[in-house]
Structure formats: structure tokens, C-alpha cells
Design a binder for this molecule. Sequence first.
Ligand code: ATP
Ligand code: MG
Length: 276
Amino acid sequence: MLTIERVTKVFGANTAVDSVSIGVDRPMMIGIIGRSGAGKSTLLRMVNRLTDATDGAILFEGRDVTALRGAEMRRWQSDCAMIFQQFNLVPRMDVVSNVLHGTLNRRSTLATVFNLFPSEDIHRAIEILERLGIAEQAPKRAEALSGGQQQRVAIARALMQDPRIILADEPIASLDPMNAQIVMDALCRIHEEDGRMVICNLHTLDTARRYCDRVIGMRDGRVVFDGTPGQLTTGAARDIYGAGADFSEAATSTEIGALDRGGAGTSGIREAGASV
Ligand SMILES: Nc1ncnc2c1ncn2[C@@H]1O[C@H](COP(=O)(O)OP(=O)(O)OP(=O)(O)O)[C@@H](O)[C@H]1O
Ligand SMILES: [Mg+2]
């Protein structure tokens, strides 16, 4: 379905993504983990064509999306909607208009300038907001919502595009644990109920383990782990994050860290249920 073939991205002297190959044969829920600077965002941005690969190919259902130009590229970009850590909503605009912006790719400039939306699109936007449990927020300005609500608006905007893939770059990194859970649950439901592929950059191991059916570990631009959450042992996590102090800092979540601080063992990750 999605094939990433020896994809490389070079920034000056720095190779951010180094010959990465990943094959996905069905719509999975994939978590990408790794230390800061490992190349996770750059990889997602290349899939969405926000940035161009230096080398390699990205094929979706056999078509090389790195070669698309103009309208075809924009169509691909709406087929793989992107969600960001900072939500990227228009703060002063109401929620439903923010969601309707997910249809911009297929609207005329004139309609866009006058903020004219077909009534069927407005109905669909409300339906999607209902599905995400935030329909009552529709008339409010985006900036008046909590972080978790804003991220659900961003997910609703993505769903307006009816995407085949949702690419989420650290979607819960700015949220408290409860809102993080609500947002991850929403992404899981979209994956399970709609059959959409979700690829999520995550910075905690336990989130990847809990929500994803496949975990990809990146280190220094390369894929160093690709397997099921069950295969992600403490040893594998150490390979991804590197040994030493950095490991526990980068890899453990608040929840696992609390276990560790409580003296439950030498490795908080082991305590969280890794099969080692
Ligand atoms: N636009 C850019 N120009 C130059 N270098 C960049 C650019 N974007 C990313 N890089 C570099 O590429 C490498 C990978 O960055 P990237 O943002 O993909 O990492 P990441 O895994 O997403 O990290 P984080 O967990 O901090 O978000 C880093 O060394 C970064 O400094
Ligand atoms: Mg990143």
C-alpha cells in the first residue's frame, strides 16, 4: 500500500533521514519513536511532500508520490492529512470554519475569499465534530478551546479531506495525560472504524506500545527497529534511544517514570510490561 524506498534527506552536511525503507501492506496504526533529531518529523514531511526527499522513492499503491507536481501533488497532500503538535488552527476563527478549511484544496479562490461553504460541507463538518465529541464547540473561536479540544478540531479538519492516511507529528506532546488519551483514542477509532492508515510520531514508548500495532524506531536518521509492540524489548528500546542517562529521560513517560522513581526496578520500561 505504502512503500518508502531508501529515502534520504540531506540538509547541508547533515543527513536527517538516511536510506529509510518501510513497507506497509494494509492500513495499520504505526508509531514512530526515537530521540530528538532522529529524523521522525522529516520522514513524515517527506511522505506529505512538505519537504522533498534528496533521494529514494515513496510509493502509494504503486504510484511514486515524490514525482507528483501541481494539482496532483495537492491531491496527494489531501489524501495524507497532517496533524501537528501545535494544532495549527486559525485561533480567531470559529471551530466549524477551521474544520471547513479541510476542504480548501477543492474549492475555488472566490469561494475561499468570501468564506462560502456548501451546506453539505457544513453538515459534514458538524457530523465529524459530533463523532469527536466536540460539536457543541462548533460556534466558538478555536483559541477558546482546551488543547485536547483544539487537537480534535485539527483531526476533524483532517477528516474533512477524507484522507487515506493520517500523519500525526507528536499529536499529544502538548497535552496533559487525560487529553492525550482522548486524542489517541480518537486516532485509534478513526483507524479501526474507517480503515485509515495512521502514522504517528510519538515521544513516549508506552504510548506507542499501547496504541500502535507496529512500532518503528529511528536513530540518527535510520530505522533501527521495526516490529510489534511485543517485540519492543528493553534491549530494543536501548538501541533506539541509546544507553545511559539519555535513555530513561527520552524513553520513559511520566507514568513509567513514576514507577521508576518509586524504586520499582532499575528500568522503568521493564516495569511497564516489556517482554524481556
Ligand atoms: N529545515 C531544516 N533545515 C536544516 N536541518 C533540519 C531541518 N529540519 C530538520 N533538520 C535536522 O534534521 C535532523 C532531524 O530532524 P527532525 O526534526 O526530523 O527530528 P525529530 O526526530 O522529529 O526530532 P524531535 O523529536 O525533536 O521532533 C535534525 O538534526 C535537525 O536539526
Ligand atoms: Mg519532530
